[in-house]
Design a binder for this molecule. Structure first.
Ligand code: ZN
Length: 499
């Protein structure tokens, strides 16, 4: 019975990976006029996947397994598979098929409306779509986990086990440490100079092989993945040997593609590190979006912004961009990477202010879901909060409430996973540094295998058998806390700004 239940779950995973193919194509290739038909395809496939996910025979198998000997006496993989497949099944079975289809269809329509609304900075174009989407998400929350608070029910899709009150408990001290850090950076008489990376010319034809080499060096396997171009970079997995990462290119800014690719390749390393023998089943799946983000942030920020990384990378960069970096030294390049500059757009934010963007979205979307804020009042609430945290007011909604795709895509409860990922990343990196004293010597020599092997063992191999908190606690030896991130940000940016 266990083998049959796993076989069914794998078939669902294969079909869901077809959904991922459609999603990847939608983000990278889809002609504008094809959106209507793509919405039909997405809705049709979502309906089939949902029917399979809620198949009554599978429900009976899982029910039987949960009461059988393997549920408590099987291997850890078998026990986790039974427990989690059953939990997933029950959650899905509580969703009416009409709601699932409606969410898929509204998601595609709302995203198309969002593209147009953002281009014209027209909130009115998006508002009815978001109103509809939030109503559907509330319905989803009530159906799928009636035992939980609505926001916790939605967050459970991305960060299983997380509860908003605990997240607030982690975010509040972080915000209390970051707001004064940003202010201290702004007022400091020492201001890092980033012109070397942002005002020279970095030909895109030279950027492509350069960033690819960096991705290969940290361990991304291009036989099992691709790098393509998009407006909004992402990583998606179409199968156990098919991990797609994307980036955008900017001739005037090397960090755009370099750090974009380090980030997405960090996600890719996690996907490529999953156990193939458990594909489509909990031991071969990722733990949560927060853990996913911890892997990308670790490579992007903790590794990629270290001076030791640049000791290895700079000669490579000099060879690729002789006109821009011909006589640059590590200190100059590193200084350029340490600029803290409040900006309106989250995806362009520096490492320090980024978390303020996320925490604000977490508070706003929670207020909408819990009924404390009307969708119609989102733009004003956004601008007021932004002014409070950043000391400036968005000039229009394109630089404010319209900038992110998440809400129109139905990704509500997703935002907090970004900052949770930063918190986990800092804690994991501190543990890795305790474990390997020569990590910086490794980086300076272009060796990243020890770090990757440790992540494979401590994080990737666990699949989703552990939830985020116990996973991080097991790897690092201490409960999850924001202190590591606060310490890391204050140390690194404090040094750059002479604080
Ligand atoms: Zn990411």
């Amino acid at each position: 019975m266990f083998a049959e239940a796993c076989g069914h779950a794998r078939r669902v995973a294969v079909l869901a990976s077809v959904e991922a193919v459609l999603g990847w194509d939608e983000q990278t290739m889809l002609p504008r006029a094809a959106a209507g038909h793509r919405a039909d395809q997405a809705a049709a496939l979502a309906a089939i996947v949902h029917r399979l996910r809620t198949d009554a025979a599978q429900g009976e198998r899982l029910h039987g397994l949960a009461a059988g000997p393997l549920a408590t006496g099987g291997s850890p993989e078998q026990q986790a598979t039974i427990r989690l497949l059953r939990r997933d099944f029950e959650k899905q079975a509580r969703l009416p098929p009409r709601l699932v289809e409606e969410l898929a269809r509204t998601g595609v329509g709302a995203q198309q409306a969002w593209v147009a609304a953002r281009a014209g900075s027209s909130w009115k174009m998006l508002e009815p779509w978001l109103d509809r989407m939030f109503a559907l998400k509330r319905e989803q929350a009530d159906c799928q986990r009636p035992d939980l608070d609505r926001y916790d029910s939605l967050m459970d899709d991305y960060e299983p086990g997380a509860r908003w009150r605990d997240v607030v408990g982690r975010f509040e001290p972080l915000r209390a440490a970051i707001v004064p850090l940003v202010q201290a950076c702004r007022e400091s008489s020492t201001q890092p100079d980033d012109r070397i990376l942002t005002s020279a010319t970095y030909p895109i034809d030279a950027q492509r092989p350069f960033v690819r080499d960096v991705a290969v060096r940290i361990g991304f396997d291009f036989d099992r993945g691709r790098l393509d171009t998009t407006a909004h970079p992402f990583c998606t997995t179409l199968g156990p040997d098919d991990c797609r990462i994307t980036t955008r290119w900017n001739e005037r800014s090397l960090p755009t593609a370099l750090y974009g690719v380090l980030h997405e390749a960090g996600h890719g390393l996690y996907e490529q590190g999953l156990r193939r023998d458990w594909y489509g089943l909990p031991p071969g799946e990722t733990a949560s979006l927060g853990i996913h983000e911890s892997q990308s942030r670790l490579w992007e920020n903790m590794v990629g912004r270290s001076t030791s990384f640049w000791e290895w990378c700079l000669p490579l960069a000099r060879a690729a961009f002789p006109a821009a970096l011909g006589d640059a030294d590590v200190a100059t390049v590193h200084e350029a990477l340490m600029v803290v500059r409040p900006s309106f757009i989250r995806v362009e934010a520096d490492e320090v202010t980024y978390n303020l963007h996320v925490m604000m979205r977490f508070d706003l979307e929670r207020a909408v879901v819990q009924g404390d804020l009307a969708v119609a009042d989102l733009p004003a609430a956004w601008n007021d909060r932004f002014e409070k945290d950043f000391g400036m007011r968005p000039p229009d909604d394109a630089h404010g409430v319209l900038q992110d795709i998440h809400w129109s895509a139905g990704l509500v409860g997703y935002f907090p996973t970004y900052t949770l990922g930063n918190i986990y990343a800092a804690q994991l990196m501190a543990a890795a540094r305790r474990r390997f004293s020569g990590l910086d010597d490794d980086f300076a020599a272009g060796r990243f295998q020890a770090l990757l092997a440790w992540l494979r063992e401590e994080v990737h191999a666990a699949g989703r058998m552990l939830e985020s908190d116990p996973l991080v606690e097991r790897a690092t030896g201490s409960p999850v806390q924001a202190d590591w991130l606060v310490q890391s940000l204050w140390e690194r940016y404090g040094a750059a700004y002479g604080l």
